[in-house]
Design a protein around this ligand. Structure first.
Ligand code: FES
Ligand code: FES
Length: 159
């Protein structure tokens, strides 16, 4: 190990991971290139669009501007965690039902941001959902269908 490399231990989607990473490797590149979790998308790579959103210790972060070394000893969830088997997560079902995606590029990050919102606020309203997803850009949907999906998924997850 040279001085620009670091050993990290973390949990990704319930799996323990140990790796040696370069100091400047972004968390997004670590997930995509080293772990093959390509569901995490890269858009602006400047922290603006939210396409690369993942959950770190339950909080949404932009993995393009977080370093992999900063995830040491953290618990990560990526979009791949939502449906580890054949059944879709209630959020994915609701996105499908309400056509809350078109090209789908923003969708992995949007799903994780929405999951954070519902976990923080199981009774989320339309208005709260709209404000909550304003952190993430979508060029296709106009957002209303996403708001509808979040509120319905929250209802499903309460039951
Ligand atoms: S790709 Fe990370 S915020 Fe846009
Ligand atoms: S569905 Fe195309 S950017 Fe959101």
């Amino acid at each position: 190990m040279n001085t620009s490399s670091h050993e990290i231990s973390l949990t990704v989607n319930g799996r323990a991971v140990e790796a040696t990473v370069e100091s400047r490797l972004s968390l997004a590149d670590f997930l995509r290139r080293e772990l093959g979790l390509v569901g995490t998308h890269l858009g602006c790579e400047q922290g603006a669009c939210g396409a690369c959103t993942v959950l770190v210790d339950g909080r949404s972060v932009r993995s393009c501007i977080m370093l992999a070394v900063q995830a040491d000893e953290c618990e990560l969830r990526t979009v791949e965690s939502l449906a580890p088997g054949l059944a879709m997560h209630p959020l994915q079902d609701a996105f499908h039902k309400h056509q809350a995606l078109q090209c789908g590029f923003c969708t992995p990050g949007m799903l994780l941001r929405c999951l954070e919102l519902i976990e923080e606020n199981p009774d989320i309203t339309d208005e709260e959902a709209r404000e909550g997803i304003s952190s993430n850009s979508c060029r296709c949907t106009g957002y209303q269908y996403i708001v509808d999906a979040v509120v319905e998924a929250a209802e499903q997850m309460r039951q």
